[in-house]
Write a protein that binds this ligand. Structure first.
Ligand code: GUN
Ligand code: ZN
Length: 662
């Protein structure tokens, strides 16, 4: 296996791809090198890996002989990993090419390509189902043949299927079961050229959902930096750019914000050496070739800068925000970002619940984020009370700032007696998380988020819809007038008649530390987990400095720590034991084989190849239990991958063990 994941966000990942000519960090951009014509040394601008066309080399006698003699790396003067394409694209444009699948595979092997490609058929968008299916069968057949013709080189196999999601999925599924190392997603250039990003979304998702997570995916022909963050968020790892040179030859400058025409520029658009060294007039007065070379350099600088920014965003957990900003650069891209809504549940399973960076609400698209969906699902894990008291948004954490002074409340009860608080759930209504019970308001991302104080129409509708649903599960509701005002909600639409209740005691007096940790446990691990973890005499230790809960013990045995940064429970030995006893197999478990058992018991990290089963609901960054096949507890730790990824990978770390030794 040649690929390892380092960081995850949304459905994207940073990773390391290993090739015979070295390692490459993904997401990565491979500039297209034109064999024989290349004048620019792309490694100077940030390229660690390139792609060139084996068919163009094969067709030209001089290039062919040189490549066979010295190898492709020397031919194109690049000593890092080289991927080659097969001539399929030429096939799609000219309708015919003078090479067979076997010939081009064997040729790529002979010239020492790191990653070769079989002769797939790039079926255009919106052809008949019959044609798409027929051509897909040929693509799959040729991929299968390639496995026989190849010797050592790594192999691409291209997902085709035109704009039929079911064909893309089928193709991905079949290819994914065979021994390929990477999967390009093919024939998407016409969609990108015509700005059909929503269709692109469906095509990419249909493919990615059925490809093994352990192999990099390459969005073929995607070279515009405006699209990179979007494609990465969907799970694409590799991009190739002929755009940098093609746009330059056409006097156009790439930017993550879009494309500029040199003829319209009064200022250069960025801070790269080209833009700081030349004015638009300087460039316009140059000879065409000189100008194109400089514009190509600018195009490479900005494309690689965008890739670096994306990798940083993945490490920080802020990829979604970057993608939303880029989506603002073209209305059709914005459309596609909005249509991510159709994939929220799927994205949620890959998105790590706990991240370094705060959640920023940057517009209605943020309502579709996996974090919001996850919160609404996990609310159902909490203990059920009969009455609900809703406060308006305040500063965070809410429990420190909610205030009943000068507030008017409405209720569906004649005389709501708030002196009895056992059955009372206190919560804050806010954008975008709808309803946040005060017991869990320190947990990521419920405290670690910001939204504008002015509420947009979509957020209002979203809140109204979900609040209504939640309110209907309570017998009685008491709601602050400020909630209705702040969010501009109509009380009638919530179905709660006006009334003013009695005095409401301060929230801090009502919620005990025990209730707090109980709720957090349920929210994190599922209903009833809090009761199981913190049964009997438990001792809650708080920080002297901050007053926050830090540790929960049973006598001298640590049940859990409460992590200050994100309010998440991190299990101790006793906590792991109790949770293991309470949660039925296979919930929250990672099952390892006999070989791994001694290592797990010693507290060593768990590698993916030792995992034989797991709870399919495990997300990356969660606290999980490590057990053997007899469900004996061996260790516990933090998952680095989600359950699907555990299954797909057989190299790399899967669980960072905190402790073994049971
Ligand atoms: N380059 C751009 N699109 C494609 C494709 O679908 N197949 C191959 N082999 N190369 C491409
Ligand atoms: Zn520039």
């Amino acid at each position: 296996m040649n690929f390892e994941i380092k960081h995850k966000d949304a459905r994207g990942r940073t990773g390391i791809l290993k090739t015979p000519h070295g390692k490459v960090q993904t997401p990565a951009l491979m500039p297209v090198i034109h064999p024989g014509k290349q004048t620019l040394d792309v490694s100077k601008y940030g390229a660690n890996m390139v792609i060139t066309n084996a068919y163009l080399i094969y067709k030209n006698q001089d290039l062919k002989h040189e490549a066979l003699e010295k190898g492709v790396h020397e031919l194109i003067n690049f000593n890092g990993p080289v991927m080659t394409d097969s001539g399929s694209f030429q096939l799609s444009i000219y309708g015919d090419i003078e090479v067979s699948n076997q010939e081009i595979i064997e040729f790529q092997e002979k010239i020492g390509t790191d990653i070769g490609t079989s002769l797939d058929i790039p079926t255009p968008p919106f052809v008949t189902l019959q044609r798409a299916e027929r051509e897909m069968e040929v693509t799959i057949q040729r991929a299968r043949e390639a496995l026989e013709f190849r010797d050592k080189m790594m192999l691409n196999s291209v997902v085709q299927g035109s704009t039929y999601p079911q064909l893309r999925s089928k193709c991905a599924e079949l290819l994914g079961r065979m021994d390929f190392q990477l999967h390009p997603i093919g024939a998407v250039v016409p969609l990108m050229e015509s700005y059909q990003y929503s269709t692109l979304l469906d095509v990419v998702m249909a493919s990615v959902e059925h490809l093994p997570d352990s192999r990099p995916r390459h969005l073929m022909g995607a070279g515009h930096p405006m699209l990179f963050s979007f494609a990465v968020a969907l799970g694409c790892d590799l991009f190739d750019s002929a755009a940098y040179i093609l746009y330059a030859q056409d006097d156009r400058l790439l930017m993550p914000e879009g494309t500029y025409k040199l003829e319209n520029l009064v200022e250069m658009p960025c801070s790269c050496p080209v833009c700081t060294g030349y004015s638009p007039d300087d460039l316009r007065q140059m000879k065409k070739d000189d100008r194109a070379k400089l514009l190509a350099q600018h195009n490479l600088y900005v494309s690689f800068a965008e890739m670096r920014q994306i990798r940083q965003a993945l490490a920080d957990g802020s990829l979604w925000e970057l993608m939303e900003r880029r989506g603002r650069n073209h209305p059709y891209l914005l459309d596609a970002v909005r249509k991510l809504k159709n994939y929220t549940p799927e994205l949620e399973t890959y998105d790590p619940p706990y991240k370094k960076s705060a959640f920023f609400y940057s517009g209605p698209e943020s309502l579709n984020r996996p974090e919001v969906y996850r919160h609404l699902m996990r609310l159902e894990r909490l203990p059920k009370k009969g009455r609900l008291l809703i406060f308006p948004p305040t500063e965070k954490p809410y429990h420190k700032h909610v205030n009943t002074d000068e507030d008017v409340f409405f209720s569906n009860m004649e005389n709501p007696d708030l002196s009895k608080t056992d059955d009372l759930q206190i919560a804050v209504a806010d954008v975008p998380f709808v309803l946040v019970p005060l017991e869990i308001d320190d947990v990521y991302p419920l405290a670690q988020n910001e939204s504008p104080q002015t509420t947009d129409q979509d957020a209002r509708k979203f809140l109204e819809k979900h609040l209504k649903t939640i309110i209907n599960t309570y017998n009685d509701v008491i709601i602050s007038k400020k909630v209705l005002d702040a969010l501009d909600l109509q009380l009638e639409t919530l179905g709660v008649p006006y009334k003013i209740p009695n005095q409401i005691p301060p929230a801090a007096q009502i919620i005990s530390d025990h209730q707090k940790v109980d709720y957090i446990a349920d929210y994190q691990f599922g209903s009833g987990s809090g009761k199981a973890l913190f049964q009997g005499d438990t001792n809650i230790i708080k920080s002297k400095k901050t007053g926050k809960i830090r540790h929960i013990y049973s006598n001298h045995d640590l049940i859990a720590n409460l992590r200050a940064r994100d309010g998440v429970l991190v299990l101790g030995m006793e906590g792991a034991r109790r949770l293991h006893q309470y949660l039925p197999y296979p919930v929250n478990r990672v099952v390892v084989n006999e070989d791994a058992e001694p290592f797990a018991r010693e507290g060593k990290s768990i590698f993916a190849k030792f995992i034989i089963d797991c709870d399919m609901n495990i997300r990356a960054s969660e606290e999980v239990l490590v057990v053997n096949q007899q469900d004996e507890l061996l260790a516990f730790g933090k998952s680095i991958l989600n359950a699907e990824e555990f299954r797909s990978f057989n190299t790399g770390q899967a669980v960072k063990t905190r402790k073994g030794g049971f």
